[in-house]
Design a protein around this ligand. Structure first.
Ligand code: ADP
Length: 469
């Protein structure tokens, strides 16, 4: 309980309230010591007597001193107040307790005019007084001994009870506020905790954003993480399903044709030859797929051994075209290379050749014989653009967004004949281009052909650097 958010909040509020109350009480105590309530009552009392005196004896300002003294003494006895008359120079003229009490020191003008109305007598005792101007010549002073007020008395009489009451009220209030604030913070946090506990088995909907901004940021990040984990789980499931599916077809036909050879169904040399060719082709296809998968796994793990060296793109285009020329001749496809002299690009030559090979391979697969494939390159700012354009069957617009997905084949029914792949080629191309800090895009219209365009920075940025791979 003590480590819970609610308890800690309450504790900190309680401490805050108590320290605020203590500081306030200290200030009040200091104030009261200097100016306790009893003093204020005394001053009021003195003012009342002075008013009575002035009303009953209006001639005080002008009466001769001799006739003043009995009046002062009479009022002193009645009200137990020491009465003094001073002249305009603050010199003592009459004192109702002259001789019976120690003489009072002369109050300075400032003391008379300002609130600090305390004077000492000759024995060192303090007196509270008020002064009133009777006439231009005369001042009247009313004084009483100052009672000693003890700190403990002030605390006990004036402060203890209100302090305790205020503390109790403040603590209850802080408990309520702490409870509210803790709910405000803890509830959305608990939601996140509950959601993360159910995480692996969950088709989690996004959590609502509630609570303070920091908690909302946490919830938002959690929602994003959930979406990523779900996407990754889905892609893992899809991946396994796709691999199994892609392996099932060639394995079934290998098994079927091997069976035919074994049980003698393929009884002529031609039939056996045909069965062996199918087994050979399907095994080759599986081999290519496994190599592609391994390649992708290495690219994913970031351990593919990328080089970082100057690459001359026009030379690269020529070498790729040269590689495909014999095959292109057979199908009557011709190549056109448009490549001006370009500055070298920093990257991995073999991997970039793999990109172009896959693109040209696709262009050849999906282009009818007798047409032309154009490879072009040019510099655009700090980037080099490389395009492979064919005039083949094109890609339906709904498919374009997916052709870079793993195992995606725009139309499995038209898989480029014998050498059809497993839909991994473009996924590998995209990974390699991205590792070079570049992008790949495609423009295509069914029946008119496709253009794949790769944009590569001359120098890969540090964080995407091929050297990091
Ligand atoms: P595959 O190994 O099946 O060719 P890719 O990843 O290379 O896999 O391509 C994915 C899909 O994109 C292909 O199956 C094909 O449908 C489509 N595609 C790729 N390049 C072209 C192209 N030049 N013309 C038409 N369709 C293409």
């Amino acid at each position: 309980m003590s480590s819970s958010l609610r308890a800690r909040l309450w504790l900190s509020y309680a401490l805050l309230v108590l320290s605020a109350l203590t500081v306030t009480a200290l200030f009040i105590i200091v104030y009261l010591i200097r100016n306790p309530f009893v003093y204020r009552q005394t001053f009021t009392h003195l003012q009342d007597i002075e008013a009575i005196l002035q009303t009953n004896q209006p001639g005080l300002g002008s009466l001769p001193i001799d006739s003043l003294l009995p009046i002062l003494k009479q009022y002193d006895q009645t009200y137990d107040v020491r009465l003094l008359i001073l002249d305009k120079n603050r010199q003592l003229q009459a004192d109702s307790r002259a001789g019976s009490s120690p003489a009072l020191s002369q109050p300075r003008l400032l003391r008379i005019l300002i609130l600090n109305r305390v004077i000492k007598d000759d024995s060192g005792a303090y007196w509270l007084f008020i002064a009133e101007k009777l006439s231009d010549e005369r001042w009247l002073l009313l004084a009483v001994p100052r009672q000693k007020v003890h700190l403990l008395t002030i605390i006990r009489d004036d402060l203890f009870l209100p302090f305790i009451e205020a503390s109790a009220l403040a603590l209850i209030l802080s408990l309520v506020i702490a409870f509210g604030v803790a709910r405000w913070i803890a509830d959305p946090l608990q939601q996140v905790v509950a959601a993360s506990r159910q995480m692996p088995a969950r088709q989690a909907a996004s959590l609502p954003l509630k609570g303070p901004r920091e908690v909302q940021t946490l919830t938002r990040t959690f929602n994003e993480m959930t979406a990523r984990v779900q996407a990754s789980q889905k892609s893992q499931r899809d991946f396994v399903a796709n691999v199994s599916h892609e392996l099932k077809t060639p394995l079934t036909s290998i098994q079927g044709f091997a069976q035919a050879i074994l049980d003698g169904t393929a009884d002529t040399p031609e039939a056996r030859q045909q069965a062996a060719r199918v087994i050979h082709d399907e095994a080759g296809r599986m081999h290519r797929m496994v190599l592609d998968l391994l390649d992708l796994a290495r690219l994913d793990a970031g351990i593919a051994d990328f080089q970082r060296a100057p690459v001359d793109i026009p030379t690269l285009l020529d070498s790729v075209v040269e590689k495909f020329t014999p095959q292109a001749r057979k199908t009557g496809i011709s190549f056109q290379v448009q490549a001006p002299a370009l500055p070298p690009l920093i990257g991995d030559g073999d991997r970039l050749a793999q990109v172009l090979t896959n693109l040209v391979d696709n262009a050849m697969k999906f282009t009818p014989g007798g047409s032309q494939i154009i490879l072009s390159t040019l510099q655009v700012g700090n980037e080099i653009e490389v395009s492979v354009t064919d005039s083949g069957i094109g890609i339906p617009s709904a498919e374009i967004a997916h052709i870079f997905d793993r195992f995606h084949q725009a139309d499995p029914a038209r898989k480029g004949g014998e050498k059809h792949g497993a839909g991994l080629g473009l996924a590998i191309v995209k990974e390699i281009v991205q590792a070079h800090g570049g992008t790949i895009s495609v423009r295509s219209a069914p029946g008119e052909g496709s253009t794949f365009t790769v944009m590569l920075p001359l120098t890969p940025p540090a964080d995407k650097s091929v050297a990091k791979r």
